[in-house]
Design a protein. Structure first.
Length: 505
């Protein structure tokens, strides 16, 4: 009798059909659309690009994100983890790229493109050994960096809410800030009273409603939408040939390291969510796809590519595990990238509307970092001072933008970005306090000594009148040693010490 053949199909390989792929793929695009267009908007405005060029920048980012998503989900030999991960422009590099373009150094926008290409190449070369150095990027470090990313972007949201252009006569006017406030309230209302679908799309819907309100109030100008081609392939090197400057590349290398850590976390998270095996080979393939996409993206005018965490959340919420659904979403992104018209529509959205949504969007990034930091153990160590110093150091460029003006230009480029500052400080302090034990004081730091002591009732119940503890041993009232045994760790809890006794307690 023949044993029937059992197919062990991976859950991510299920194909739901064209209709379902298109519907669920579009949902993935809508979930991450606000995030993927925000980065080129921020960089384009910081670089002083025209609305038409910002439209091309948005189209290029959609196109590059679509190609990166197809590579990650469908895969090639050695590239792509073949998991339902949506790729797009990484938020991690925004503050650093704004610092590069606004620091007054040489190269301008072209130096951003060059720095992304060079740093991504370095990232591609180190992916084989990256898994060995991930211990230097624990939640302590990544939590600090992600929190700082969100906090560093808050001034951008505030400038947007005020109107964006500081030279404009209505910059900071009540009408601009009022429109931003209306958009923010809409995001909160849609999140509160809407269905699950409406709640997930609350930022996008609030931006649409806010823009409609702005049109009625005469605060939106869509005249530039019709200027330029409706359809067009992103022109390679439209924004000029990339230029390579050491300081810019060094600061982008830090961003690439953070991106590798974030993508690793997303790959492992989505593997766990859809209950499929993710080994080191698959992780490496995913990271290589990330870095290759990031190298190619600047050719079209885009930036570092990374897995979008909000789409990992969407996979968890919907339970749709198929990578072909996400690949269809990637195809939608490519098509949108071939329509510069759509980019110009997004670029024409009033800056104040973006400001209202940006407060939530960037605040969510900071909140994600705080959530990561909540998993850090602060007992009997100096992790608290590492977090405090690193975030404080990262806030210096925000609190005092001219702080590094008198420093050499290469130094200023690196540390003018809050994310670079906090990342460097977090990595160095984590190494100094948690990995290099030489020189550590045998006396507890005041930051560690404040940990409260807790004893469980059942431990105290085993003690008798006159029992005492001396020189690491427990003795009874007659001075006889009472043996103690270590119980197994239960559910990751603290170590339990049981007292051996033949008498009834």
């Amino acid at each position: 009798m023949k044993t029937p053949h059992v197919s062990h199909q991976r859950p991510e390989d299920e194909n739901l059909g064209v209709g379902a792929n298109m519907a669920y793929g579009l949902q993935h695009v809508l979930t991450m659309y606000g995030g993927i267009v925000a980065v080129p908007l921020i960089i384009g405005q910081a670089a002083g690009l025209s609305p038409a060029d910002i439209g091309l920048l948005i189209a290029a980012s959609l196109f590059a994100g679509g190609l990166a998503t197809l590579l990650q989900t469908l895969g090639l030999p050695f590239f792509g983890c073949q998991l339902p991960l949506v790729q797009g422009v990484s938020f991690s590099g925004v503050a650093t790229m704004v610092a590069i373009v606004s620091s007054g150094g040489e190269g301008g926008f072209q130096s951003i493109l060059g720095a992304v290409i060079a740093a991504s190449l370095i990232g591609l070369l180190i992916t084989p050994v990256f898994s060995r150095i991930t211990k230097f990027f624990p939640p302590l470090v990544t939590g600090i960096v992600i929190t700082t990313i969100g906090l560093t972007l808050m001034p951008v949201a505030a400038r947007w809410a005020m109107g964006g252009n500081s030279q404009a006569p209505d910059f900071g006017s009540m009408s601009n800030i009022g429109l931003a406030a209306v958009t923010l309230v809409l995001v909160l209302l849609l999140s509160k009273v809407g269905s699950a679908t409406i709640s997930r799309l609350s930022i996008l819907l609030a931006m649409v409603i806010g823009t409609v309100i702005a049109v009625f109030l005469g605060m939106a100008d869509f005249s530039s939408v019709t200027q330029g081609p409706m359809f067009g392939f992103p022109t390679p090197f439209h924004f000029g040939m990339p230029t390579f400057h050491f300081a810019a590349i060094l600061s982008m290398c830090i961003v690439v390291m953070v991106t590798l850590v974030e993508t690793s976390a997303d790959i492992l998270a989505v593997g766990e969510i859809i209950e499929t095996k993710v080994d080191s080979k698959r992780l490496g393939n995913g990271l290589r796809a990330d870095m290759l996409s990031s190298m190619i993206a600047p050719i079209f005018g885009s930036f570092t590519q990374s897995a979008f965490a909000q789409n990992v959340g969407l996979v968890a919420v919907t339970g749709i595990k198929s990578r072909f659904v996400v690949a269809t979403g990637g195809l939608f992104l490519v098509i949108l990238g071939l329509l510069p018209f759509m980019g110009r529509v997004i670029a024409a959205v009033p800056t104040s509307v973006l400001g209202g949504a940006g407060i939530v969007l960037f605040g969510t990034v900071a909140a994600s970092g705080i959530r990561t930091l909540s998993k850090v153990d602060y007992r009997n160590n100096v992790n608290l001072i590492i977090v405090a110093t690193s975030i404080g150091f990262g806030m210096i460029p925000i609190a005092a933008p001219n702080f590094y003006d008198q420093f050499p230009s290469w130094f200023a480029t690196i540390f003018h970005s809050g994310i670079s500052s906090s990342a460097i400080m977090a990595i160095v302090l984590n190494l100094a306090f948690n990995h290099l034990t030489a020189g550590n004081s045998d006396q507890q730091s005041v930051f560690a000594a404040g940990t409260e002591r807790v004893l469980r009732y059942q431990d105290l119940a085993a003690l008798r009148e006159g029992d005492y503890f001396s020189e690491g041993k427990l003795h009874d009232c007659d001075g006889k040693e009472i043996p103690v045994v270590e119980a197994d760790h239960e559910h990751g809890g603290p170590r339990v010490v049981h007292v051996k006794s033949s008498e009834h307690v």
